[in-house]
Design a protein around this ligand. Structure first.
Ligand SMILES: [Zn+2]
Length: 151
C-alpha cells in the first residue's frame, strides 16, 4: 500500500488514480520515514505497589503493539527509599528479561540520556526517530526517574 499525497488515504501500490479523491498518484510507493510515536506511561502516579505498577506496564505493552507507537517513555521516579525507587529497580529487571526474550528491542535509562543518545534500533539520534521527545528533552536529560523503551 501507498498513501495518497492529496487526501492521505491508503491506496494500492499499482493504483494510478486515487479512488478517494481522483487525483493522479505517483507510481512508486513513497519510502516510509522512520518516525514513530511515543506513549508516555506514568507508573509513579498514585504511588502504586510495585506489583501493580508492573501490571500497568504489561498492559500498556500489550496495547501498543496494535498502534504506530515505537517507544514508551516510562516515568517511574527514583530514590533510595519509597515507591519510585522500588518500581525503578523492578521495572528495569523486567526490561532486561524482555530484551533477552526479544519482546522489546532496547531500552535507555534516563541517567544516560543526552542530546546525543542514539536509538537502540536505528542508527540515528533518538529524537530524530521520535520527534515528540524533543518537547520534553530538557527535563528528560540525565533524569534518573525515567526510562525509554523501544519496541
Ligand atoms: Zn486521494
Amino acid at each position: 500500500m501507498k498513501t495518497c499525497d492529496f487526501c492521505g488515504n491508503p491506496v494500492k501500490d499499482i493504483a494510478l488514480i486515487c479512488p478517494y479523491c481522483a487525483q493522479p498518484l505517483s507510481v512508486l510507493p513513497k519510502k516510509a520515514i522512520v518516525v514513530r510515536k511515543v506513549l508516555i506511561l506514568n507508573l509513579e502516579a498514585g504511588m502504586p505497589f510495585v506489583k501493580d505498577a508492573l501490571e500497568k506496564f504489561d498492559l500498556a505493552l500489550k496495547s501498543v503493539s496494535s498502534q504506530n507507537i515505537g517507544s514508551i517513555k516510562i516515568i517511574h521516579g527514583y530514590g533510595s527509599s519509597g515507591t519510585g525507587g522500588k518500581i525503578k529497580i523492578a521495572l528495569r529487571q523486567r526490561l532486561k528479561s524482555l530484551l533477552i526474550n526479544k519482546v522489546i528491542k532496547g531500552f535507555i535509562v534516563g541517567e544516560n540520556y543526552s542530546k546525543l543518545t542514539n536509538s537502540a534500533i536505528y542508527n540515528q539520534k533518538i529524537v530524530d526517530c521520535y520527534p515528540e521527545l524533543l518537547e520534553t528533552q530538557h527535563a528528560d536529560i540525565y533524569n534518573p526517574g525515567i526510562t525509554f523503551v523501544e519496541l
